[in-house]
Write a protein that binds this ligand. Structure first.
Ligand code: ATP
Ligand code: MG
Length: 585
């Protein structure tokens, strides 16, 4: 049996946590004091892009590499803070030239590359509301989001434009400008578009940043659509403070770090932590512009001397699936902190990190709505594998029960209920665009309700139980899918597992599991019985699945989240719902 807690000693940490995570340090924390880490606009106010780029470009870090872009065929490009400042100024000037005003909605449909950074940061400088889109979306999900978000300007590549935007262009009358670039370089001539690099060439190097404040809208992020139709969460420039504090306290970023965030830029993590947070802390980011490949990823970790790595369970599972042998050909002496977000991190994956990378993986929890990390296994605290950790300083969390008649009850230790956060914190979202009632429904009194079920243990660690929609009620028991899936994943044959509740006349619901297998294992009745037996032995008869199907892979959103609702709809023959974010439709 593996221990249920991973204690840390300074020797195996080779890190000096920015925050000691003691009771006193928690009490002493204040957002107002943390604000000292930011500088504010010279003329007053706050702008995310100024904090992320210009204040470094004006100071001693100006020459430091901000971005190290790794292109497809071994191409590399390094961009310093001062160069990034100049380039984003040019883009902001270009936008101003197009008549863009404060609040104009700028959509960014870009693969990873310098243009993505220009779009996000230049747009923020100009006072735009920037909304990133998944490059993998088809025309329809793009149209829905551009319409809902009232997009006026779009930045995209030539090939994405031709394949995905051209077919819907006529249906988007609000879209006034489409800026296009060729990923391989060179001019673009496309009817109805403007050539980004040509316009950049004509734009000035200096720009006076729009006078935004902490309350000015900044980014519009669409949720992953795991539980239904994606919602458009509107954020403000004040989120800079959340990014800054969480980057320091939860990801342990220090000035000399080389940071790599693997999240797709179409998803909130890819912007909050792929673009903004490392820049806010003046840290060098490695940006891998190619697709996932296990061997390539291990090489990047090793060769680029990544010291802090932020990734997701779905990526970790792919590495696990590729086998330990591949990792053994590499060593990671520079790596000192690894964190994960997006889905529950099964204990199996935490231990895999320790065994294969030499470091346990630190799980943390947040949502599109929260703008930044809320709960974390911080560098200073022992890890409990399978737990999301504790609230960060400045964040008050609780497990609550929403009363039917209104109001809520705060529950006690070990009670299962909805994970709630006391508002406000600087990064929190301000609206679901076009859905006021849905927004209001997230709040009860002082609390923001997350829609996730969890419990808190006696040491203050939070444990994910499931999405409120995914929780299974069987014979009077509340069964969290995560617990059952984690147990199945302990079996050597299992690569991925998802469980759903199936209506049952006597028990209310029974648990049904879907499993995909690791290479070298074949689905057959014997293995099915073995897996069901394994689960029964570890979980007991009430909680263990009664049925199990093998699938070649499980349905996931583009941000890597299991779409249990789709498995359930298919199983029960119900409508499949919004599949715009499904990875392999
Ligand atoms: P939608 O709201 O459209 O259904 P979504 O909730 O998946 O989609 P995101 O905001 O991208 O969209 O994801 C946040 C959710 O991801 C959380 O509410 C939680 O369910 C899950 N999640 C994130 N991190 C963790 C974690 N460390 N452990 C467990 N679940 C996590
Ligand atoms: Mg959600």
């Amino acid at each position: 049996m593996r221990p249920s807690i991973i204690e840390k000693s300074p020797a195996d940490l080779h890190l000096t946590p920015n925050w000691p995570d003691t009771a006193e340090a928690r009490v002493a924390f204040s957002w107002a004091a943390a604000m000292d880490g930011l500088s504010g606009l010279p003329g007053g106010g706050l702008n995310l892009a100024y904090e992320a780029v210009d204040r470094h470009a004006e100071g001693p870090r100006r020459g430091r590499v901000a971005l190290r872009l790794l292109g497809r065929e071994g191409r590399r490009r390094e961009v310093s803070f001062s160069e990034l400042s100049r380039l984003t100024n040019r883009f902001a000037n270009l936008l101003a030239g197009l008549g863009v005003r404060a609040g104009t909605r700028l959509f960014v449909l870009c693969n990873r590359g310098i243009e993505l950074y220009l779009g996000v940061l230049g747009g923020l400088k100009c006072g735009c509301v920037v909304s990133p889109l998944f490059p993998a979306f088809g025309p329809e999900p793009l149209e829905t989001r551009l319409r809902l978000g009232e997009g006026e300007v779009l930045l995209t590549s030539e090939s994405l434009y031709l394949r995905k935007v051209a077919p819907i262009r006529d249906r988007l009358p609000r879209l006034r400008h489409v800026l296009v670039y060729r990923e391989e370089g060179g001019p673009v001539e496309l009817k109805g578009t403007e050539d980004l690099h040509c316009l950049l060439g004509e734009s000035a190097d200096s720009f006076e940043i729009a006078p935004t404040t902490a309350d000015s809208p900044s980014l519009l992020h669409f949720t992953s659509g795991t539980t239904g139709t994606p919602k458009g969460a509107l954020h403000v420039h004040g989120a800079a403070l959340t990014h800054y504090v969480t980057g320091k306290y939860a990801l342990d970023l220090h000035a000399e770090d080389i940071f790599w965030c693997t999240a797709d830029p179409g998803w909130v993590t890819g912007i909050s932590y792929g673009v903004l947070t490392p820049l806010l802390l003046g840290v060098t980011s490695v940006v891998d512009c190619a697709d996932f490949d296990a061997e390539r990823w291990y090489s990047i970790l090793e060769r680029e001397r990544i010291s802090v790595w932020y990734t997701a369970p779905t990526a970790i599972r792919l590495l696990m699936r590729a086998g330990v042998e591949l990792a053994r050909g590499h060593s990671f002496p520079a790596l000192r902190f690894v964190a994960s977000v997006g889905e529950p991190l099964n204990p199996e994956a935490v231990w895999w990190g320790k065994e294969v990378l030499g470091l346990p993986i630190h799980d943390n929890w947040w949502q599109t709505e929260t703008g930044g990390i809320m709960l974390a296994n911080t560098p200073a605290m022992p890890i409990k594998p399978g737990s999301m950790g504790k609230p960060l300083p400045g964040i008050e969390a609780a497990i609550v029960h929403r009363r039917e008649e209104g109001g809520l009850d705060v529950l006690g230790t070990e009670d299962v209920g909805e994970l709630a956060l006391k508002q406000p914190w600087p990064g929190m979202f301000r609206a679901y665009i076009g859905q006021e009632e849905r927004y209001r429904d997230c709040f009860v009194g002082d609390w923001y309700l997350s829609g996730d079920l969890a419990r808190r243990d006696a040491d203050g660690y939070y444990w994910f139980v499931g999405r409120s929609d995914d929780v299974i009620k069987s014979a009077g028991h509340l069964i969290g899918p995560f617990e059952v899936e984690s147990s199945l994943l302990e079996h050597p044959a299992v690569a991925e597992a998802a469980v759903i509740g199936k209506p049952d006349p006597i028990l209310g619901e029974t648990v049904k599991a879907f499993v995909s297998l690791k290479g070298g294992f074949e689905p057959n009745t014997e293995l099915r019985d073995q897996l069901l037996g394994h689960a029964r032995k570890h979980l007991g008869a009430v909680v263990a699945p009664k049925e199990l199907d093998f699938l070649p892979s499980l349905p996931r959103t583009r941000s890597g989240k299991l779409m249990r609702r789709l498995l359930k709809a298919r199983e029960l023959g119900l409508p499949e719902g919004d599949l715009s974010t499904l990875e392999n439709p």
